[in-house]
Design a protein around this ligand. Structure first.
Ligand SMILES: Nc1nc2c(c(=O)[nH]1)N[C@H]1C(S)=C(S)[C@@H](COP(=O)(O)OP(=O)(O)OC[C@H]3O[C@@H](n4cnc5c(=O)[nH]c(N)nc54)[C@H](O)[C@@H]3O)O[C@H]1N2
Ligand SMILES: Nc1nc2c(c(=O)[nH]1)N[C@H]1C(S)=C(S)[C@@H](COP(=O)(O)OP(=O)(O)OC[C@H]3O[C@@H](n4cnc5c(=O)[nH]c(N)nc54)[C@H](O)[C@@H]3O)O[C@H]1N2
Ligand code: SF4
Ligand SMILES: [Mo]
Length: 752
């Protein structure tokens, strides 16, 4: 029995795990938090513990599966699976053009070295514009606002949680989600520490979430009105002369007068009714935020997957900037991870900035964002005939049937495809539609390095985990499967030389470094660099290169020698070098966002006359992870969690009872869910978690099926997108709610 240390890949918190390994049984016998991890210090949550059940799960796919004529799946060899892919996939492109093949990239891809390092290579090889991902049901509004303000989509200002004196948390519930775009293992402990050192936490959420319950103040806002609230907070800051750029000099900021004049139209009194908040309370928060020695505003899912997602994300950073809290300790800061970010490459302080809408979706004409089209368009691109119609789909670690709006339409569309390949570890609601499923190794059988989330962390650190267990005989590594697909997509057939493709990718990456005047490898000989990285191959070699050319000059060997990670210290001010805007300044008033402010005025006017129907929002629970961890007994035990939260006043008005059933209907669909009456939600708002609905025939997840729940995205509307990024509106869906009469109870026959 040995102990191995490995970063947990299951959420953004990146906790260090200490695993007791039984190599003979090819499993781990015990999962603990790694007390010596430089960042997580032993913290872990129930999902981390369940990594053992995930590895051992008998339903996890371990060999390729090929769909049979009767619709069932049969195990196949890798060669058989790739032979079929090489026969079918190129044929779709030949008859329908490259755009006839679509790809959907799901959330776990952001934790996978293979997909992070080689996913783009595959997408480029496919040459399709029909690229979709979970990002347009998630964080693209935040990334778009950040790109417009700071120059790149990964230049995200992260709360300096461990030093702040005031956290204004909007539409995020880190006590359940463990933090997002804020990598912070033990978010709860770090939040408690804010209050313990005399700081203050204000939570803005239509629900009294677990985070709200532990805060000093909770503003139970009406869904979708955060941008109005933020405008009002800015209004107070400007009107009361509380503004200060702090360490940012005037030279580094553009658009201050413009945001001041925009905010002038939104005094607290004007927005209070629409937000469902008290004007004095809004004033109080603005004053306290501006007066705090340091403060940070932070927003997540509740602020991004709503009608004003990009607007709210933008205004959050404007508030940080104009109160002197951008780029200062305790405020919103820019991490500098060991492998660098776009904002640590090339000329410091200036860049090309961001451009969106370079092409548009075929059917609805929604614009491209960061090279992708909004996933709310995926179903229509498949089910609408015409030139350029999508006829084949590759899903990579994604479950769009459960995760994206109007699930029923997408599920039907998938059945219509000529060919579908899924890289996935389960036969679930999405992959059951595939012709071929290609599995990945278990998380314990692959290396891990969270270079995305190290770039969004509240502290600079680096941590690399080699595989804990060897891969079973014959099972390729995830990156090998991706490169084999690249071989098919580039016309090299099912048996292309993966090593040669890998070398090609590496040389291209080195070529960019030697050509970058600001890279430590500038001007070097490519072959000499290649030799320096030998004998590594694949993902390990690419990471080694990224570390060596990164801001700390580390090597992979340095990281391998430190299984608990390397602490690179608290976040440091990075302004103005971090900027990549064409002006070399922070753009406080990006023209496309300013041009959209009239829509905010219109929403304000509309709220004033709205009759106040019921709207649906989502929520997360600590023991869930989007749609895919409900097959693990440890995570589904206990009371049912897929319930409809309803306020007691609404329950009384609508005739709903706690424990009874409600039918919920929207423009696109309807479902029946168990009711949980709770005063923790605002009247007029109901909440249902996403990621459930595991009762689909053809899926193969026995535990999940026994705890099926309902799929909330049957109700969300693919027509409702945030206009700036096309991100789906998943919060604030108009619904009708009515009681479902239980079957008449059996008569109490002679009960004694
Ligand atoms: N209504 C509503 N909808 C939402 C949200 C919401 O708040 N409300 N949240 C949205 C957000 S933030 C997100 S990120 C999306 C998530 O959307 P998706 O990424 O589409 O869905 P997941 O549930 O994360 O599914 C992940 C898939 O990856 C597979 N998988 C897991 N590990 C691996 C692996 O190592 N390799 C491979 N190949 N596959 C693997 C799983 O089996 C599963 O099929 O959902 C979005 N949908
Ligand atoms: N346990 C668990 N952890 C997870 C995940 C999971 O599924 N389960 N998913 C992971 C992923 S992919 C992501 S992206 C992150 C998300 O991380 P978070 O954003 O922290 O996730 P949520 O818990 O959904 O918190 C969103 C909150 O927004 C509130 N809300 C809804 N509408 C509005 C609104 O209009 N305005 C405001 N102000 N609030 C609103 C909801 O009530 C909810 O409490 O979590 C990650 N971590
Ligand atoms: S908080 Fe996230 S990273 Fe940490 S143990 Fe839980 S799932 Fe894993
Ligand atoms: Mo997400």
């Amino acid at each position: 029995m040995t102990v191995a240390f490995r970063t947990c890949p299951l959420c953004e918190a990146t906790c260090g795990l200490a695993l007791e390994v039984d190599r003979d049984a090819h499993t781990v016998t015990k999962v603990r938090g790694d007390a010596d991890d430089v960042f997580s210090h032993g913290f872990l949550c129930p999902k981390g513990v369940s990594i053992k059940e995930l590895h051992d799960d008998p339903d996890r796919v371990r060999t390729p599966l090929i769909r049979q004529a009767d619709g069932s799946f049969a195990a196949a060899t890798w060669d058989e699976a790739f032979a079929l892919i090489a026969e079918k996939l190129p044929a779709v492109a030949e008859s329908g053009g490259r755009d006839a093949i679509a790809a959907y990239i799901g959330n776990p891809a952001a934790h996978s070295l293979a997909f992070l390092l080689y996913g783009k290579v595959l997408l480029k090889a496919l040459g399709t514009r029909n690229i979709f991902s979970a990002s347009t049901v998630d964080q693209y509004p935040k990334q778009a606002a950040s790109a417009l303000m700071f120059g790149t989509g990964t230049t995200i200002a992260i709360p300096d949680l461990d030093r702040t004196d005031f956290l204004l948390c909007l539409g995020a519930n880190p006590l359940a989600s463990n933090g997002s775009l804020m990598t912070a293992p033990d978010a709860r402990g770090r939040l408690r520490a804010i209050r313990a050192r005399g700081g203050r936490i204000v939570v803005v959420d239509p629900r009294r979430s677990r985070t709200a319950a532990e805060a000093d103040q909770h503003l139970a806002i009406r869904p979708g009105t955060d941008a109005l609230l933020l405008m009002a907070l800015l209004h107070v800051v400007f009107a009361e002369g509380l503004e200060s750029l702090g360490a940012l000099s005037d030279d580094h900021v553009d658009g201050l007068d413009e945001v001041r004049s925009l905010a002038a139209d939104f005094p607290p009194e004007a927005v209070a009714a629409a937000c469902g908040l008290d004007a004095d309370e809004i004033r109080g928060v603005a004053r306290a935020f501006a007066a705090a020695p340091s403060a940070v505003a932070y927003g997540r899912i509740g602020t991004t997957t709503q009608a004003f997602g990009t607007t709210a994300s933008w205004l959050i950073d404007v508030l940080n900037a104009v109160t002197g809290n951008l780029d200062r300790a305790g405020g919103a800061m820019f991490p500098l991870p060991s492998t660098g970010l776009q904002n640590s490459k090339g000329e410091p302080g200036r860049g090309r900035g961001a451009r969106f809408g370079r092409w548009a979706s075929r059917v609805r004409g929604l614009g491209e964002v960061f090279g992708e089209l909004p996933v709310a368009c995926l179903a229509e691109e498949i089910d609408t005939p015409g030139e350029g119609q999508v006829r084949a789909l590759i899903t990579v670690a994604g479950n769009p049937v459960v995760s994206t709006p109007n699930s029923d339409r997408l599920a039907a569309a998938l059945d219509d495809l000529d060919f579908m390949v899924s890289l996935d570890i389960y036969v679930n609601e999405t992959t059951r539609h595939a012709d071929v499923i290609l599995p990945s190794p278990s998380p314990l059988e692959k290396a891990h390095f969270d270079f995305v989330f190290q770039g969004f962390a509240v502290r600079n650190y680096a941590n690399y985990s080699p595989p804990v267990l060897e891969r079973p005989e014959g099972l390729p590594d995830e990156w090998e499967t991706v490169l084999r697909l690249v071989g098919v997509a580039t016309g090299q057939g099912p048996d292309a030389d993966i090593g040669a493709i890998d070398d090609f990718v590496l040389r291209a990456a080195i070529g960019r470094e030697v050509g970058d005047a600001h890279s430590p490898w500038h001007g070097r000989d490519v072959e000499e660099c290649v030799a320096e990285l030998a004998p590594r191959t694949g993902t390990a070699r690419l990471i080694d290169m990224m570390l060596r050319t990164g801001p700390y000059g580390l090597t992979l060997a340095d990281l391998e020698a430190q299984p608990h990670g390397i602490d690179l210290g608290p976040l440091q001010p990075r302004m103005p070098a971090v900027l990549r805007t064409p002006s070399g300044k922070v753009e406080l008033a990006p023209p496309s966002l300013v041009a959209d402010v009239p829509r905010l005025h219109a929403a304000l006017a509309e709220h004033a006359d709205s009759a106040g129907g019921i709207v649906l929002i989502g929520r997360r629970d600590l023991r869930s992870n989007n749609s895919w961890m409900h097959n693990l007994p440890l995570l589904v035990r206990g009371p049912e969690r897929c319930t409809l939260h309803v306020h007691p006043d609404d329950a009384a008005r609508l005739g709903l009872t706690d424990g009874g059933q409600a039918s919920v209907a929207s423009r696109v669909g309807s479902l029946t869910a168990p009711v949980e009456v709770t005063a923790d939600i605002r009247p007029g708002v109901v909440s249902l978690p996403h990621g459930w609905g595991h009762d689909q025939d053809g899926a193969d997840m026995a535990v999940a099926r026994a705890h099926a729940g309902v799929n909330s995205n049957v109700l969300t509307d693919e027509a409702e997108v945030e206009p700036l990024t096309g991100t789906a509106v998943l919060n604030g869906i108009p619904v009708t709610v009515a009681p479902v009469q239980a079957a008449a109870p059996a008569p109490l026959a002679a009960a004694g």
